[in-house]
Design a protein. Structure first.
Length: 149
């Protein structure tokens, strides 16, 4: 990692690779996402595939956040919420994206740790209404990387 005039240059190749990985997962989600809740509910394969793709998409986002915090020396966050807050206070992400990331992390914990039964209606709603949150995150990270050039 190099520094020019006190501005750290982040490992853009790693971040861009993770953004490309995220693109792939989002594309797969669009391809397999059922058109109706009835189809989603009756297909265990669709449900589990969508849950898994949402999970690994969120993991990609978390990886990118961790890379940025580490490369920019934002300090060691005590929690993932703290990580998001550090990125927001450093003007890397907006408060809206920070809020979305907190919701993503909570949803990820439900899927991974099975805190309670996974609510199929919630997962389907996220598939249909919230994939744009990933795009908002990608846009803000890409804009930050462009400023670092």
């Amino acid at each position: 990692m190099m520094s020019i005039c006190g501005v750290l240059l982040v490992d853009k190749k790693r971040i861009l690779s993770k953004l490309a990985e995220l693109d792939g997962y989002l594309h797969e989600l669009e391809e397999i996402s059922p058109k109706s809740y009835r189809v989603y509910k009756t297909s265990i394969e669709k449900r589990r595939a969508c849950e898994r793709l949402l999970h690994i998409s969120i993991e990609c986002v978390l990886d990118i956040c961790s890379i940025l915090a580490s490369e920019l020396k934002l300090g060691l966050p005590s929690t993932q919420e703290d990580l998001f807050e550090r990125l927001e206070s450093s003007h890397i992400i907006s408060s809206q994206v920070m809020s979305n990331l907190k919701k993503m992390r909570s949803f990820r914990n439900i899927i991974v740790r099975r805190y309670g039964i996974v609510n199929d209606e919630l997962v389907y709603k996220i598939l249909k209404n919230n994939l744009g949150d990933f795009l908002d995150f990608k846009k803000e990270i890409s804009e930050f990387l462009e400023k670092e050039d």
